[in-house]
Design a protein around this ligand. Structure first.
Ligand SMILES: [Zn+2]
Length: 170
């Protein structure tokens, strides 16, 4: 059985504050896999607990090396993705809105869930929006400050060299 086929009983895991660690094949997360190419299985660690109202809280860490396409220059860019999140499991939109907009929620029907339901949205959110750094993307917008011309590069050691080359006064 692959890690994605496994079903977890969330309230039971939360009641004993369990921790789950799995390696997940990205191909099984279809929405996520459509956005990038993972170079290894996704390392997923989840910690479950109950909050003061008895709701299941899921704290998660996911990491995977992957390749995404820069949306400006279309070049493949390699990145180490690291997602960290803390969500409350809710059973309805009404319950979610009661918690407030600033609370991360996972909407689930029932007490059982697979890893895809728990981590896929978080992985998608963690994908870099601008994978190229400005320095190596040829399509990056112009810098606010022009780069210094080669002749203008500061040479802090130059003054020292002059002092060392000066003849002794003695
Ligand atoms: Zn780029």
């Amino acid at each position: 059985m692959s890690a994605l086929q496994e079903r977890f009983r969330l309230s039971e895991l939360a009641a004993r504050e369990a921790e789950v660690e799995r390696d997940v094949e990205a191909a099984g997360l279809q929405r996520f896999a459509a956005l990038c190419r993972c170079l290894a299985p996704i390392r997923v660690r989840l910690r479950f607990r109950l909050d003061e109202a008895g709701r299941v809280q899921v704290q998660g860490w996911c990491s995977v090396p992957l390749v995404v396409e820069c949306q400006r220059c279309l070049a493949p860019v390699e990145r180490a993705l690291a997602a960290e999140f803390a969500c409350t499991v809710v059973g309805s939109d009404r319950e979610a809105s009661r918690l407030g907009a600033d609370r991360c929620v996972v909407l689930l029907n029932g007490d059982e869930a697979g890893l895809a339901q728990l981590v896929e949205d978080e992985l998608i959110l963690a994908l870099p929006a601008r994978p190229c750094t400005d320095a190596d993307c040829p399509k990056a917008p112009a810098r606010a400050f022009p780069e210094a011309a080669p002749g203008e590069v500061a040479k802090p050691l130059q003054a020292l060299a002059v002092l060392l080359a000066a003849p002794d006064d003695e």
